[in-house]
Design a protein around this ligand. Sequence first.
Ligand code: EPU
Length: 455
Amino acid sequence: MDMFVIQGGKRLSGRVAVGGAKNSALPLMAAALAAEGETVLRGVPRLVDVDTLSALLESLGARVTRGGGGELSISVFNERPYIADYELVRRMRAGFCVLGPLLAKRGKACVSLPGGCNIGDRPIDLHLKGLRALGADIRIERGYVVARASRLRGTHLYLGGPFGSTVTGTCNVMVAAALAEGITTIEAGACEPEVVDLGNLLNAMGARITGLGTPTLRIDGVERLFGVEHSVIPDRIEAATLMMAAAITRGNVTLTNVCPDHMTSVLDTLNEMGVRIVLGDRSLEVSIEGPLRPVECVALPYPAIPTDVQAQLTALLATVPGMSIVTDKVFPDRFLHAPELVRMGARIRREGNSAIVSGVDRLSGACVMASDLRASAALVLSGLAAHGPTVVRRIYHLDRGYEHLELKLRQLGADISRVRDEPANVPEALQVGQHAPVAPPHFEPTVKPNRNRLR
Ligand code: EPU
């Protein structure tokens, strides 16, 4: 197992490119099962989750090949398999996205229930409700969802749940409805850019979907879909994470391959904190001019602050003097990063679905443990800002969703390395009885001319 060793205190600066969106790439890959011929996706990030889904698609009769430049080609040569095995789906919940495509194209699907998750309860009742409304017969047997339908039928359905819309639930139902007979209207569908990206892919394949990016989707079913070439949208969560890495080190970073339109709430919140953001053409520059201010923010479905940046934002606010409140209304229990941040000197109190953050002047490096993908990113950000070395363990969580994060951070001047998780690799300053004095990092804000300020 690997871990990161970070020497905090380097102000990040420079330019780095954001990769393709994981949460787009995965449902797009699954949708290739519903098409005839070859689907070629461009800008697919190199991630463990992509490899896991590739293995799942191969087990379902697809040939998946990687080309240069993030190209991934998927063609189905055998439509008989219909079982998505527990061993693969339990490793990555997005594997559940094969349910809609398999059912619609092959008339049956047997997909393992994903099981527990560190970010809280993640039911799949809305996926099943939507597919049942389209006429599927669905049962749960031996830990699997067993679904059958000779031909799905269009209908009018409501897909909202107690926590709002469902992203992958909307994806599953949208793909199924694209091949159903007649018209389907989905109310309270998810509006996330990743759902729009899937809708655009399906339309290019021959589907007839309107209302993408709104809660009401109208899908006029077609008989067949055909493989096409498609580019994955930039990863708005990776972009937000890198912006917060720049802000937490009070640095100056330019990101390329970004789509600022997908990030309005994040830009707005950072702007309210006093982070200076200059928008370019598919790029943005982040810098800090003066002291940052605390904020109150709430993670909600798009276009609000995404739950997937809640942990990173909490880490950043832990370094901003004053009291901030971060609430997560999508995954109310997604706060496993908080106790680890507290080990680094953060002052965070959990109250229900909120973290009350009293910012400190300086975090202190420590050995910390990643619990999930975005929590890992939050710990890395804190390590970049902390006084002394930080060790982040269990970074396999991070490798599921960030492509070479440490290389990108190093490109920006961070002192971060990936080493084997062995006692000998823990810096002396973090070994018991070896607390060597370390010079504290010094982040004075740089003063820059005030040009093109956001808003
Ligand atoms: N929910 C239900 N019933 C359902 C489905 C969801 O009650 O049938 C609830 C969930 O418990 C949650 C809320 O609805 O409270 C939203 O869940 P959603 O279904 O939208 O989540 P998801 O589709 O399983 C995707 C992303 C997550 C991201 C969420 C929310 C992918 C592959 N995953 O998950 O990404 O947090 O949407 O935006 O797209 C991540 O990248 O770290 C990650 C966890």
